[in-house]
Structure formats: structure tokens, C-alpha cells
Write a protein that binds this ligand. Structure first.
Ligand code: NOJ
Ligand code: CA
Length: 501
């Protein structure tokens, strides 16, 4: 497998820029705030960051509606601040991925403004338009009546996010653009140009939003979108061999094997392995058996591990926080499992201290039910839990009002805290190459009705019991690491153990 070597031992930390740390007291997180907190990220054991979009935007979808791909949103700072973040992160051995949104722009992007003009111009075919004001794009959401142009345009997500045009797999209507049309190539080149810009300034790669959405009318296997990515990524790799790309795709067999991404997220899709591991009513980590998780995961892993890395997530800015599903002890055992599986794991900011999902918050910037997972990082007891010097009512989102809201400072003092467990597990992963992205993986025990899960990574054997009952493992040896109890082969309730061969 020819992937950047640094990914072997990479552990990512996802930061929602508005909510991490406010360095200038205006109530909203910013790039300089992230710079100030780099030592915290390093101390945690993370050596890579993914920042959600930090570009100029009307913020109708938390910045996934980009107005200028090459400009840092003024509320987050300047391009120079971001370049400085790259430099300072690198000095600490931390890589930085930005978020690329290639499928759509904001309706306020100058390309779209030009595209909506009645007269033909350079950007007329940058987006997917029909050729009559009342004719829609069948099978896809579309908008009419907004621009002087005699046509309607296709959406990729919200109303504010018109779909960029990468061409159609099969042209069946006169208004559709073939894949090899100059306009489709121009869109692709524009996105390559954006990536070159940031990579040239020290960024280490991209998380790619809705990576499977580019070619319209694609087949079941997304063959045309995969071919587009493979070509584009390999062109960029020739110039930036250490850059890395993680797809928001959720289907490693396509994203890794065909589209040639380095990593693909194991997203929370109803009934899939990740969902059955962490979030479903009968999830393994809630104390059930691991069969549904293991079956789905082994299928994807088996088919893709020679090509790239599956990325387990604690959560992300789109899902309720993991603490919504699991208790404190289950979280410890759950993280031990998530962070000792193959591939490249991602930790969502605040999950290391078990920040809560604030279910009842009103929607902010297109967040809806996602808003409750985007509240400010809880640094320390005191005003705004250490997030900002602004007045509480001036914050981007309120901090968790609960008197026992967890904070990083308090947990740092408590050896029994979730934060300590996360640090210990990540340190373990860095110490043993067998636990890292490329180490081999084999399931030794996963049975119906049995909460014990045993797996081997290289020379190491690991056992998990997220249930309330002790289980017999049949394993012997001195633990190299444990959570909870392991004695004479018995693994206690909510316990985890790692043994040498
Ligand atoms: C996926 C992103 O994670 C989500 O936050 C966003 O709303 C959509 N893509 C649209 O860009
Ligand atoms: Ca600020």
C-alpha cells in the first residue's frame, strides 16, 4: 500500500472552529485560538487535526456553503493566521487537514452569481442547470425563479448549496454536460487549484465533503466519480507526496479501492457496523454481542485494507455526541476498542472528556439536530467554561449549563477520568506499532449472545467486555494494559485488557 507513511501512527482530532477556543473575546472560536491550544492536542496524544470549513461563507450550513475557497472567514482570522497554524502545528509534529467542499458552493459564490446570468459567460456551465425556467432536474432537488437565467439549477444539499458541474455519466438531456466537456474539466481544475493553493501554504491534505457526489447520474458503484478522484488525487500526489485525503464516503470498497482515497470514514449509517458498534439500540458497546458490528466491519476491512484505511470516529459535527449513547464506563472501554482497531481513528473535540449532546438547543447556522454537538469546548470551571472572555449571551452557542459539565482542567487532575483513559490508550497505540493503522487484525472471539470480543493485533491480544457481567475469556498472561478488572482469565464488567502473546 502506497500511503503517506505518517498515517501509520496518525490519530486525528476534529475541530469545529467556531467552538474550540475564542482568542479575542468576540464569542466565537478562531484560528489563533486553535494555535494556542496545540499543546493540549499534542498532550492528548493526537498528532493530526481536521478543521471543519474555515473559509469565507454566509454560514447557512456551518461553513459548508463556501463563498471563497481561498480566504479564511474573517470571523476566524486571516490566511496568515492559518499559515502560522500550519507552521506551529508542524513544529509540534501535528499535521493539519482542511475541509474541501467540492460538490457545491454557497449561492453567494461569485462563480454562481456569474452562472445565473442570462448572457453566456465563463461560468455558465460551472453548475448543473436545465435549459428552461420551469424544467427541473428529474430525481434531484432543484430551484427556479432566483436568477435572470432561463433555467433551473440542481442542489447538492440545502437550498443555499447549488451543485457544481462535473458532468453526467450518461447524457440523456440536451442540457446535460458530458464528462469530457471543457466545462466539467474546468470545475475539476478549479478544485485542484484550491487544493494546490492550501497545500502550497503548508496544509497536509483534506477531508473531502460528500466525496461521492460529484458526477451526476453515476452508476451503483460510483464508477465515474471514483475514476475522477483517482486521476485527480494522483496528479496532486505527484506534487505533494506527503498529502493525505480522507473521504466522507462511508463505503471503503469504493472510496479506498476505486477512488484511491487514503482513508474513508466509517460513518453512522443506520444498521451498519459502526452504528451497531456504538449507536443502535442493540449496539455492542451497550453490552450486547459484537456479531453485527464484526460482520459488517470484517467485510469492508477485508476488501479494502490492502488499499487504504478505515477511519473510526468517536463522533463528528453531524451526529449526536457519543456520550448520548454510552455511560462513562462504556465510553472508556469503547475508546479502548475504537483506538486499537486498524486504520486511522478520529476523535471529535470534547469527546475526550465526555461532553454532552445538548438536545434542546435551537438550531444555529443550519445545524438543526446537529447544533447540540457543536457547543463550545469545556476547558475549565469558571466563566464560559474557559472558552471565551465574552459575555455569556454573546457566545456562538451556549456552553453546557449543567453544574457537573465535564472540563478538561478538572479531568486532567483526576487519574480516574475519561481524559486519562483516552491519553493512556493513545499512548499505548503510539508505543506499539502492532496497534497502529497497518498492524494485522484478526477476530478471535465474537459469538451470538456473548458480550466478549477478542481480537489480535500482530502479537497482541485484546479483549473487551462492555456488559455489566464478568465473562470468562480463557486468556492467560500479564496484562500490558487494562481498564477495570482482569483476574485468572475473568474479565470484569465494563473491562478491557491487552495481553502480549
Ligand atoms: C456533510 C457535512 O459533514 C455536513 O455538515 C454538511 O451539512 C453536508 N455535508 C453538506 O455539505
Ligand atoms: Ca474569536
Amino acid at each position: 500500500m502506497n500511503r503517506p507513511a505518517w498515517l501509520k501512527d496518525a490519530v486525528f482530532y476534529e475541530i469545529y472552529p467556531s467552538s474550540f477556543y475564542d482568542s479575542n473575546g468576540d464569542g466565537i472560536g478562531d484560528i489563533n485560538g486553535i494555535r494556542q491550544k496545540l499543546p493540549y492536542v499534542k498532550d492528548l496524544g493526537c498528532n493530526a487535526l481536521w478543521l471543519n470549513p474555515c473559509f469565507d461563507s454566509p454560514f447557512k450550513d456551518g461553513g459548508y456553503d463556501v463563498r471563497d475557497y481561498k480566504l479564511v472567514a474573517p470571523r476566524y482570522g486571516t490566511n496568515e493566521d492559518l499559515f502560522a497554524l500550519f507552521r506551529e502545528a508542524h513544529e509540534l509534529g501535528i499535521r493539519v487537514l482542511l475541509d474541501l467542499v467540492p460538490g457545491h458552493t454557497s449561492e453567494e459564490h461569485p462563480w454562481f452569481r456569474m452562472s445565473g446570468q442570462a448572457e453566456r459567460n465563463e461560468y455558465s456551465d460551472r453548475y448543473v442547470w436545465t435549459d428552461f425556467w420551469i424544467k427541473g432536474t428529474p430525481g434531484h432537488p432543484y430551484i427556479g425563479g432566483e436568477t435572470p437565467r432561463n433555467g433551473t439549477y440542481m442542489l447538492n444539499f440545502f437550498k443555499c448549496q447549488p451543485a457544481l458541474n462535473y458532468g453526467w455519466a450518461k447524457v440523456t438531456e440536451s442540457w446535460q454536460t458530458p464528462l469530457d466537456a471543457p466545462a466539467a474539466k474546468a470545475t475539476r481544475d478549479a478544485m485542484a487549484d484550491v487544493m494546490r493553493f492550501w497545500l502550497g501554504h503548508g496544509c497536509d491534505g483534506f477531508r473531502v465533503d460528500m466525496a461521492n457526489s460529484l458526477v451526476k447520474g453515476d452508476d451503483e458503484n460510483k464508477s465515474y466519480t471514483c475514476a475522477l478522484w483517482k486521476k485527480l488525487l494522483n496528479e496532486l500526489r505527484a506534487e505533494f507526496p506527503q498529502a493525505a485525503w480522507v473521504a466522507e464516503w462511508g463505503w471503503p470498497k469504493q472510496a479506498l479501492c476505486l477512488a484511491d482515497f487514503d482513508m474513508d470514514f466509517y460513518l453512522d449509517h443506520p444498521g451498519n457496523g459502526y452504528n451497531r458498534l456504538v449507536r443502535s439500540a442493540d449496539a455492542y458497546l451497550k453490552g450486547n454481542d459484537p456479531l453485527a458490528f464484526a460482520t459488517d466491519y470484517l467485510d469492508q476491512y477485508g476488501a479494502s485494507h490492502a488499499d487504504g484505511y478505515i477511519s473510526f470516529i468517536t463522533g463528528n459535527h453531524d451526529t449526536p455526541r457519543i456520550s448520548w449513547y454510552l455511560t462513562g464506563d462504556q465510553l472508556k472501554v469503547g475508546y479502548a476498542l475504537l483506538f486499537t482497531l486498524p486504520g486511522v481513528p478520529f476523535l471529535y473535540y470534547g469527546d475526550e472528556i465526555g461532553m454532552r449532546y445538548l438536545e434542546t438547543l435551537p438550531t444555529k447556522e443550519g445545524g438543526y439536530t446537529r447544533t447540540g454537538s457543536r457547543t463550545p469546548m469545556q476547558w475549565a470551571k469558571g466563566p464560559n467554561l474557559g472558552f471565551s472572555q465574552a459575555a455569556a449571551d454573546a457566545l456562538y452557542l451556549p456552553v453546557d449549563p449543567a453544574p457537573d459539565a465535564p472540563t478538561a482542567a478538572e479531568q486532567a487532575k483526576d487519574p480516574g477520568s475519561l481524559l486519562h483513559t483516552v491519553k493512556a490508550v493513545l499512548a499505548l497505540r503510539h508505543r506499539f506499532p502492532d496497534l497502529q493503522a497497518d498492524g494485522s487484525f484478526e477476530v478471535l472471539h465474537a459469538q451470538q449472545g456473548d458480550p466478549l470480543f477478542v481480537y489480535r493485533r500482530g502479537k497482541l491480544t485484546l479483549a473487551v467486555n462492555p456488559s455489566q457481567k464478568a465473562v470468562e475469556t480463557g486468556l492467560a498472561g500479564t496484562p500490558l494494559f487494562q481498564i477495570g478488572a482482569f483476574e485468572a482469565g475473568r474479565l470484569g464488567p465494563c473491562s478491557f485488557v491487552m495481553l502480549a502473546e
